[in-house]
Design a protein around this ligand. Structure first.
Ligand SMILES: [Ca+2]
Ligand SMILES: [Ca+2]
Ligand SMILES: [Ca+2]
Length: 295
């Protein structure tokens, strides 16, 4: 029986450089000053940025904003090869990259990109011509601290994708950590206070004079901002099948929080971590999938 199983072809085949993806992740000088974000990032997004029906790849770097290692965008070509189209795309930025969320937040038919970083977030508008524009300030987003994951989803079903940003801990780089043998080491999250996730409502485009909707911080009134904790990942989906897409679970210490968008409040409920959707359709669409940092 074991022999028969071993003769089967593998389900997956590793490929990278041969298809044109030559990305090498850079976490900066390691261990250096044992800077904790170095051991947390970075994420990746698979999305079709140019609407040709082929999934493209966006990979994050984690060596800091002063690094020469910049995030890379690879366009998939017919035949399964990829072309590095980073230069001039606007997505070729450097930072302590953590995660990526993808969604068409301005409803123009092109997928836009949100990058979470240690030190902030960046919202990139897809111009539809292979370039992206950083519209973080224009959209009203200001998110200092350590943002890890995010997802776009329409929690109030008004037709405009809203935004949930998960935060990690209130990290102090001057804090020195050691192993039990007094050997210098990277800190765990335990010495630091957890921070609250942030929910932003997309106010939409009302007058047609702008192509960038503004986001309003509704973290407190929604209840999202009442539950601090070291968040690393998030999934947005209609887990209970009531047609409200905002029943969400944030992966913080194995105690997901549940938000009910219909009432725009977040009851303090917890579920076991093994949350399963009621059907395949309950999973988020390709335009709202987030990516957690690879740890
Ligand atoms: Ca594509
Ligand atoms: Ca768009
Ligand atoms: Ca909305």
């Amino acid at each position: 029986m074991a022999e028969a199983e071993s003769s089967e072809p593998p389900w997956f085949t590793a490929f990278g450089k041969e298809c044109g993806i030559d990305f090498v992740h850079d976490a900066g000088e390691v261990p250096g000053e044992y800077f904790m974000p170095q051991v947390v990032g970075s994420g990746v997004a698979l999305f079709d940025f140019n609407n040709d029906g082929l999934l493209d790849v966006y990979l994050l770097q984690n060596a800091g904003p002063k690094s020469q290692s910049k995030n890379r965008l690879y366009q998939q070509l017919p035949g399964g090869r990829f072309k590095d189209v980073s230069a001039g795309s606007g997505l070729d930025v450097a930072g302590f990259g953590m995660g990526v969320a993808v969604g068409d937040f301005n409803n123009d038919g092109y997928l836009d990109v949100l990058v979470t970083e240690y030190g902030g977030v960046r919202l990139f508008l897809n111009n539809g011509n292979g370039t992206f524009t950083d519209v973080t300030k224009e959209a009203g987003l200001s998110e200092p601290g350590w943002s890890t994951s995010a997802c776009f989803f329409d929690y109030d079903r008004d037709g405009w994708l809203d935004l949930l940003i998960v935060k990690y801990v209130d990290y102090d780089p001057s804090w020195k950590c050691s192993t039990t043998n007094s050997i210098r080491d990277y800190c765990s999250p335990k010495p630091f206070q957890g921070t609250v996730s942030r929910l932003y409502r997309n106010l939409g485009l009302k007058d047609g004079t702008s192509r960038v909707p503004k986001f309003k911080d509704v973290s407190v009134e929604s209840g999202i901002g009442t539950l601090p904790g070291p968040g690393l990942g998030v999934v947005c989906a209609d887990f209970d099948g009531d047609c409200w897409p905002a029943n969400m679970a944030t992966a913080t210490r194995c105690s997901p929080t549940r938000a009910t968008a219909g009432s725009a409040t977040c009851p303090r409920r917890t579920r076991r971590c093994a949350v399963r959707p009621t059907s395949a359709a309950a999973w988020p669409s390709a335009t709202s999938i987030m990516t957690a940092p690879l740890t």
